[in-house]
Each structure stands twice: as structure tokens, then as C-alpha cells.
Ligand binder design. Structure first.
Ligand SMILES: [Zn+2]
Length: 497
């Protein structure tokens, strides 16, 4: 447990074989940075998205959602700064003409952490160090900026088409739509607007399976507060985090070159983060733990001052310990009123509301911006769940019942019991995603179910015909329980489905 299990490449092979994810357009050689999700992957992704939307939007009175367009008005990206700043440094080899992401080349050859490098750091490194082309070995000389947005043309390409972009993040439409949503939903700060959907980034070198993709999905919340001293109005309820422990890597520790996180009380995050910011980080941290991520593989890392984007006054990541190192699976920046100010300036529209009580105009500030990559969460759940069980002689994917793509397997002990078993399958399948498996020994069928992480398997035997009961086997313990057919749904719900 907790030991390195398989590499990410091996996980990708496993995921393709079982039907979680495969590179898109595989029959034509594959399109780098794009993935198709199979019969299991599509269910699992949906479970992750539903869980996020239910836990963070529907079950909260102070968050509402939107679903904005993917191709976005070009002015949005001018105002947000993406046209100007949403770039990586690229190095191109003068000899073989291959291009690479400069921070990754620097990281590989100089042993530095790419997450900790700013664009300026990278530029200086390429100029000072003799970095070699990973392809042909020639010395790389200069780095240049490369904008990561996919551009597209709206309307006739021959005539007066307009150049625009596929959105590189889901946050900006929350800002452009802010006033309309606040008024129509009758919200006042502190409140949040959420969006979940596709985003696109023309990554120079997509890699690590689902980690760095060119097309991906994001769930973001912009949480607005009114207080000028950000994050301190209408205090969040922190009582749920009492007694909770987190792994925390502070800026201070990184500055002292101490790379390890410390296991501390969750509430000690308040020493470095403001209240609403800490609240949302802990909410997502516990969402991961609640859905089965091993505590040892999760940590919160504070950004160093030099890593901060121009709009952010503080930023924290939730990181997962992948085989290629601790990497961001969730980000959360405090953005102030930068975005609403920018859109107000570029559009000429007012982005404030009128506070009748104090008789003043207020432009809300973003005290927290939880930003969750769906595929990154998925990859963490996949990697964390993977375990080879020596005793059973097969892989057991230990998914939490909410995350598991298939919830129930239904097996007739022998084919003679097909009719009864089919009836049970239809009943179970009304409430839960289920598979019906009648081929091979029962042991073989349990193994197949373990490999795709089915939490519960139901076997119909000859006694079922007499006592209207079935045997339910739990994946993690292999414990078997006799349950009445009429009580199956209640039994499974009690166990987390
Ligand atoms: Zn080269």
C-alpha cells in the first residue's frame, strides 16, 4: 500500500484495454493530446462531474451554475489578458526544427521542478545554460513565447469572418455573465458561480496520459465577496474541518528548500490563507479524501510569490503524488476584482451592485477560485485505486462506490438460472449501472469485476428459486451476504451506492 505500483504508461495501457480511455483517432495513428473515453471512462467521468456538481452547486444555497459557449467573443480574451499573456516558452531546434516546451527541457536537463519556474526563469535558463535538443542533441539557443489558445474563424472564411478562440478555461464567462446571473438568481456576495465544461489549450508537448491534454474538462467556481479586505465578510463555517488533518507545504518551507509537506491540523491553513480561500481548499481536499484518495498521496502546496499570476494575490494547489512526482490536480487563486474591472473597462458595462444598506456601489472580489480538472481528478482516482492483489491473482480497482463506473455485477451460478438472474438484473439496473456476466467460472467473473472496480457482485444460485434471496459479494473484503431480492436496492444504498 502506498508503494509505487505501475508507471503512468502502464496505467494508460490498462485503461485502453479495459475501456477507460484511448488516444483519439487511434486507427489513424492517434492525435496527441486528445483522448476518447470508453464504456467505463465515460461513466466514470460522468460520476466525477455529477459528484462535483451535486456537492458544490446543487446542495448549496450560495452557489449557482452556468453553461457558457465554447467559442467565445474575442474581446473576452483581450480583456482577460489571455491574448497577451496565455503563453508558454517554446524552444525550437535550429538543426532538426523540432519544438519543445522550454520549461520541460530545462526541468529534464537541469533537474529543477517545472511547476516552480516562471516564464522569466525559463528564458534566462535557455540563454545561460547549454540546453540540448532532446531530439538531435544540438544546443538550443533562444526561447520564444507561444500562445496556447486555439484560434478559429467564425463565419465565411472567404469573406468577413471574425477570428476568435476556443475557450482555454471556464472561468471567464462567469465574469462576463456575472451581473446577469447575480440579478436573475437574486444573489448577493458572498456567493459563487460555477461552470463545468470543455476547455482547450494548444499544449506544445502534451504528456503523461490524461494529465496534460489539449482538450479537457474543467469545473470552476468563482466565489465573490464584498469586503475590500478580501475573504473576511460573512465568515464561512469552518467547524466541519475541526479534527481534520492535511498535508501542507507552505511557501516558507519551499523557500528553505524543505520539499516535504507537513501533516498539520486543517485549520492551521488559516495562518497562510484567508478564510474563504482556506474554506474552499479544504472543501475540495475533503472531497478527494471522502471519495477514496489515500491521504498520503494528497497535499496542499502554497505558491511561491514569483509563481503567482499577475492577477492573483495568493494561490494554492492541491497536488497528487503521481509516479512522475507531485503534480497539480486542483488550483485555487485569490483574484481580487481584476477580472470584473477588466471586463467593465473593455465592455463599458457596469460590474458593480448597489448595496442599499450602506448606500455604496460595490465591485465584488474573487476570494477563491476553485478550479478542478476533471481528467486530472480521474487520473488520480484511477492511479490511487489500482492495486494488484497477489492472493486473488488479479488487479483490484478499489474505486469508491460513487466514482466506480459500474456499480453492480449480476451472475447466474449456472446458465440454467438465466431467467431468474435476468429478472434480478433488470430490477437492479433500474437504479444502478450494472453488467450481466454469465461466462466462465464464478471466480473468473469476480476477477473480471474486480479489474474494473465493480464494488458489489450479486450471484443467483439454486436456493434463490426457493428463498427469493441472492448472495452479494463486496469487492474489497470479498465478504458475502445473503439478501432478499426485494431488499437489494436498500442494502446497496446503505453501503454507499
Ligand atoms: Zn534538434
Amino acid at each position: 500500500m502506498g508503494e509505487p505500483k505501475i508507471s503512468i504508461d502502464e496505467l494508460a495501457v490498462f485503461c485502453k484495454k479495459k475501456g477507460f480511455a484511448v488516444i483519439s483517432g487511434e486507427i489513424y495513428g492517434g492525435l496527441s493530446g486528445f483522448y476518447d473515453f470508453g464504456w467505463l471512462g465515460s461513466e466514470m467521468k460522468r460520476n466525477i462531474k455529477d459528484s462535483l456538481w451535486n456537492d458544490f452547486v446543487r446542495r448549496r444555497g450560495n452557489i449557482v451554475g452556468i453553461d457558457g459557449s465554447i467559442i467565445t467573443h474575442p474581446k473576452v480574451w483581450e480583456a482577460s489578458g489571455h491574448v497577451e499573456n496565455f503563453s508558454d516558452m517554446i524552444v525550437s531546434c535550429g538543426k532538426c526544427r523540432e519544438s519543445f516546451r522550454a520549461d520541460q527541457v530545462a526541468a529534464d536537463q537541469l533537474g529543477v521542478n517545472p511547476a516552480s519556474l516562471s516564464i522569466e526563469d525559463v528564458k534566462v535558463m535557455v540563454e545561460r545554460e547549454e540546453l540540448k535538443c532532446p531530439h538531435c542533441g544540438s544546443i538550443l539557443k533562444t526561447a520564444s513565447k507561444f500562445n496556447l489558445m486555439f484560434s478559429t474563424k467564425i463565419g465565411s472564411t472567404a469573406g468577413n469572418g471574425v477570428n476568435s478562440f476556443l475557450r482555454p478555461e471556464t472561468a471567464q464567462l462567469i465574469f462576463t455573465d456575472f451581473k446577469g446571473v447575480m440579478d436573475s438568481a437574486r444573489m448577493r456576495p458572498p456567493f459563487g458561480i460555477a461552470q463545468l465544461g470543455k476547455a482547450f489549450r494548444n499544449e506544445i508537448s502534451p504528456r503523461d496520459f490524461l494529465f496534460r491534454m489539449r482538450e479537457f474538462e474543467q469545473f470552476e467556481i468563482e466565489f465573490f465577496t464584498a469586503d475590500k479586505d478580501e475573504g473576511n465578510d460573512d465568515e464561512p463555517d469552518m467547524s466541519g474541518f475541526k479534527g481534520m488533518k492535511i498535508n501542507l507545504l507552505t511557501e516558507d518551507k519551499q523557500r528553505k528548500k524543505e520539499g516535504e509537506a507537513e501533516r498539520v491540523d486543517a485549520l492551521s491553513l488559516l495562518k497562510t490563507a484567508k478564510k474563504w480561500h482556506a474554506y474552499w481548499l479544504l472543501e475540495f481536499y475533503s472531497w478527494f479524501i471522502r471519495h477514496g484518495i489515500s491521504p498520503a498521496n494528497l497535499r496542499i502546496r502554497e505558491h511561491r510569490k514569483e509563481e503567482l499570476a499577475h492577477y492573483a494575490s495568493a494561490c494554492f494547489d492541491i497536488e497528487y503524488k503521481f509516479p512522475f512526482g507531485w503534480s497539480e490536480i486542483h488550483g485555487d487563486a485569490e483574484r481580487g476584482s481584476f477580472d470584473l474591472d477588466q471586463h467593465s473597462k473593455y465592455s463599458g458595462q457596469k460590474m458593480y451592485y448597489f448595496d442599499a444598506q450602506n448606500n455604496e456601489k460595490i465591485v465584488p472580489r474573487v476570494a477563491a477560485e476553485p478550479s478542478q480538472g476533471i481528467e486530472r481528478a480521474m487520473m488520480a482516482f484511477l492511479y490511487d485505486a489500482y492495486k494488484y492483489d497477489k492472493e486473488r491473482g488479479n488487479v483490484v480497482m478499489g474505486f469508491h462506490p460513487v466514482i466506480a463506473p459500474v456499480k453492480v455485477g449480476v451472475f447466474p451460478l449456472v446458465n440454467k438460472l438465466d431467467e431468474k438472474a435476468s429478472a434480478v438484473f433488470r430490477l437492479v439496473n433500474e437504479n444502478f449501472v450494472a453488467v450481466y456476466d454469465r461466462s466462465g467460472s464464478i471466480g473468473r467473473r469476480y476477477a473480471r469485476a474486480d479489474e474494473i472496480g465493480i464494488p458489489f457482485c450479486i450471484t443467483i444460485d439454486f436456493d434463490t428459486l426457493k428463498d427469493e434471496s441472492v448472495t452479494i459479494r463486496e469487492r474489497d473484503t470479498t465478504k458475502q451476504t445473503r439478501v432478499k431480492i426485494s431488499e437489494i436496492a436498500g442494502y446497496l444504498k446503505q453501503r454507499g451506492l
